[in-house]
Design a protein around this ligand. Sequence first.
Ligand SMILES: Cc1cc2nc3c(=O)[nH]c(=O)nc-3n(C[C@H](O)[C@H](O)[C@H](O)COP(=O)(O)OP(=O)(O)OC[C@H]3O[C@@H](n4cnc5c(N)ncnc54)[C@H](O)[C@@H]3O)c2cc1C
Length: 296
Amino acid sequence: MKQRFGNMIQENLPLAAHTTFRIGGAARLAGFPTSEEELSAMLLAAKEEAIPYRVVGRGSNLLFDDSGYDGLVLFTAQMKRVVWDEGGVWADAGVSLTALAIEAAKRGLAGLEFAYGIPASVGGAVYMNAGAYNAQISDVLTYSRYLTKDGKILTRTSAEHGFGYRKCVYQKTGEIVLGAYFALKKGDATELRTVCEKRMASRREKQPLEFPSAGSVFKRPFGSFAGALIENAGLKGYRIGGAEVSEKHAGFIINRGGATASDVLALIAHIRAEVLERYGVLLKTEIIYIENPAHI
Ligand SMILES: Cc1cc2nc3c(=O)[nH]c(=O)nc-3n(C[C@H](O)[C@H](O)[C@H](O)COP(=O)(O)OP(=O)(O)OC[C@H]3O[C@@H](n4cnc5c(N)ncnc54)[C@H](O)[C@@H]3O)c2cc1C
């Protein structure tokens, strides 16, 4: 891989530096393609050489194992083409969703205000159907382009995404999102920016943004909120190693410094057991733990 792709491939890349949790060992190989063609070539090379691979956007919903990833981690960060038109915007997978949302607001294009403050890439946001304030990616996505496992580039319309709450067909297919087109409506730039800023202020007030985390650890259970159940179970501030249930928002686990993936996994197991015992609710994780393929 290294010989073939040169500087686009790095070896032994510390994953902690590339995830918002600041946790995880090293990736044996890390690829930074700048175009669809380069990404496709890396994917096919990995397949040829039987190297396991995983795609990563901004690493804001991930927990990599302490032993790292003995394979190829494909980062979309360098795929960042953005094309605006009157009806909306095309954004490559690696584009920052928050940067896109604020630029849309500045241009007087409405629809992405909900996304301001979600530290996602466009690809990761489509994969997760990311959302906030009763809106989500599926409300604005018209189509996406994706790379199949055998290197073909295809297009999928919104209706073909199987969107649901934090659910999208890409979670099943393992295909790679190359980018998406979002349909936006005309709005007032000043008003849209004010909405974005208010939402960011609300995030700062309610969420522990001063510590590394991967956002809400659990999905919203039917009829309640994970944070409220965890708080009522008396778990705010509960700590295992460097991982702690945030005092500010019990739905977040924060890295107080030196947290390991094992600490976080043990804390998740403890929270789930406590909440199940007290309230009969089995919490499902929203954050994604990526096992080291060498251990599977
Ligand atoms: C402080 C904080 C606040 C947050 N607030 C919210 C919120 O309000 N709403 C919300 O929904 N989420 C929130 N999150 C979680 C997170 O930002 C989202 O889940 C986001 O969609 C993840 O995007 P990413 O680019 O970081 O994906 P990553 O974490 O890099 O990856 C997540 C998953 O997507 C896959 N993936 C990434 N890129 C691609 C691609 N191009 N093609 C196919 N698969 C891909 C990965 O393999 C992985 O399985 C928050 C996180 C933090 C840290």
